[in-house]
Design a protein around this ligand. Structure first.
Ligand code: UDX
Length: 438
């Protein structure tokens, strides 16, 4: 099939590349000409594991191309995916200007039948708005479909190639036929493709992310109880996760969820409800819990130093909001860095891939270590923020030598409590007892 993908962020580029991988002809469109030139030279503009190989292969085989000319891309395609940003407005609602401007431009250059597919996370009713906008500028027939993405950064290629399910919101029988064919290679059996109306598809995306954020926040609440009651949240996770009705995933207590989706989508769902004079109480609680969880973690560290961080040197392991990405959006690391600096501490950080993106965003307000151990030189405490694999089994002897105090605050529960006790560290994690150093 001939496909255009408008927007080459991580959703658009992963979508375009993975659609080319199964034999489709894909042309990716972006207004950023510099980025387009880079991609034409087969340079992936961001870090996403497993993407580069198939990206380069499909470019070499001529199935994946790039342009900044929307009109020529639309002319060359039957299906047009929109993978555009929907950043939050001040009031938490989603800013639809990128989506609607593009819909207007598509309307203006439509010459034949197209299926316009929205992949971005958008409020219920956006498909209708896109439809109206295109129709205002065009007399040609077209369909507007809602096909939300469920790609996790870091494993986005796998999520696309082997999805749990694909949601397609459409009323059109013709679109159903086209999408059954388009997505057949990604499904072991057809039952993973779920057709529904556009509004339900749009709401499914918000409901999925809000539910996952709720699972995490629930465990974060339980972690607070665990600390007070002397229980271990990792045991609770195993104990309840083995119940199929609950499921094992997204039960890890930590320092609160971050990233480009959960915080934004949970806020937007709350706004959607208030707009219709309704309220999703659980969602309101989730937002509050997530903020509290970060603050609690910071206060643990501050309290350890008697409420005075002035002149303290903090080593930070991990900057990205989660492993296998260089994305810093809503990363707990940024929240903590702001807090530490405001209290007069200095921060030395190490992250395997997100140091460049951090430097671009916050400059030299902190120092960047060349490896995870150098970050510890003379530090009063190590704070672990992202669960990169390289942090899971470090050399504790080197750590003990480099740190001024053998003190670790672990926001990701990476280490075994007994082992930390044997090693003589002060070890404070989430929802587990604190190990006091000997
Ligand atoms: C998420 C959704 O999973 C994906 O389906 C959607 O399309 C985009 O948003 P992503 O933001 O890439 O993907 O990351 P995800 O792996 O879902 O993690 C989100 C946040 O939750 C991270 O900050 C992570 O650290 C946190 N998290 C996740 C926990 O704190 N505990 C858990 O058990 C799982």
């Amino acid at each position: 099939m001939r496909i255009a993908v408008v927007g080459t962020g991580y959703v658009g580029l992963v979508t375009g590349t993975c659609l080319a991988e199964t034999g489709n002809n894909v042309i990716c469109v972006d207004i950023n000409e510099q980025k387009v030139a880079q991609m034409q030279q087969a340079i992936v503009p961001f870090y996403e594991p497993d993407l580069e190989g198939i990206f380069k292969r499909n470019i070499a085989q001529g199935r994946l191309t790039f342009t900044s000319d929307l009109e020529s891309a639309i002319d060359a395609s039957t299906i047009v995916f929109l993978a555009l940003p929907t950043p939050p407005n001040e009031d938490g609602s989603a800013d639809l200007s990128y989506v609607l401007n593009t819909a207007e431009n598509i309307g203006k250059c439509l010459k034949s039948f197209k299926i316009i597919v929205n992949k971005s996370t958008v409020p219920v009713g956006t498909a209708d708005q896109v439809r109206e906008m295109v129709a205002r500028h065009s007399k040609h027939p077209f369909e507007v479909v809602s096909n939300p993405e469920f790609l996790r950064e870091g494993v986005a290629v796998m999520d696309f190639m082997k999805p749990n399910r694909i949601i397609v919101g459409t009323h059109s029988e013709e679109v159903k036929k086209v999408f059954s064919e388009l997505y057949a290679p990604y499904m072991r059996q057809g039952e993973r493709l779920i057709f529904m109306d556009e509004r339900s598809a749009e709401l499914t995306k918000y409901a999925a992310n809000a539910f996952l954020a709720t699972k995490i926040s629930f465990m974060n609440e339980i972690s607070v109880l665990c600390e007070e009651l002397g229980a271990n949240v990792e045991m609770i996770r195993k104990g309840i996760g083995t119940d199929d009705r609950i499921g094992k995933q997204f039960l890890y207590a930590g320092i609160g969820y971050g990233g480009s989706c959960f915080p934004k989508d949970v806020q937007a769902l709350s706004k959607t409800a208030t707009d219709i004079d309704s309220k999703v109480n659980i969602v309101e609680a989730v937002i509050k819990t997530n903020t509290q969880q970060r603050e609690r973690f910071f206060h643990k560290i501050s309290d350890f130093f008697g409420g005075n961080l002035k002149g303290k040197r903090i080593a930070l392991w991990g900057l990205a909001f989660k492993p296998e990405t260089d994305d810093l959006r809503e990363a707990p690391s940024l929240f903590l860095i702001d807090k530490f600096l405001a209290e007069g501490a200095t921060v030395a950080a190490y992250d395997p891939v997100a140091m460049d993106s951090t430097r671009k965003q916050i400059g030299d307000r902190i120092t960047y270590a060349s490896n995870q151990y150098d970050a510890l030189n003379g530090a009063d405490a190590l704070v672990i923020v992202t669960e990169w694999q390289a942090f899971r089994n470090p050399d504790f002897d080197i750590m003990a030598q480099k740190l001024t105090n053998k003190v670790i605050f672990d926001g990701r529960n990476l280490y075994d409590l007994n082992r930390m006790e044997e090693r003589g560290f002060y070890y404070n994690s989430v929802g587990r007892k604190t190990i006091l150093n000997k």
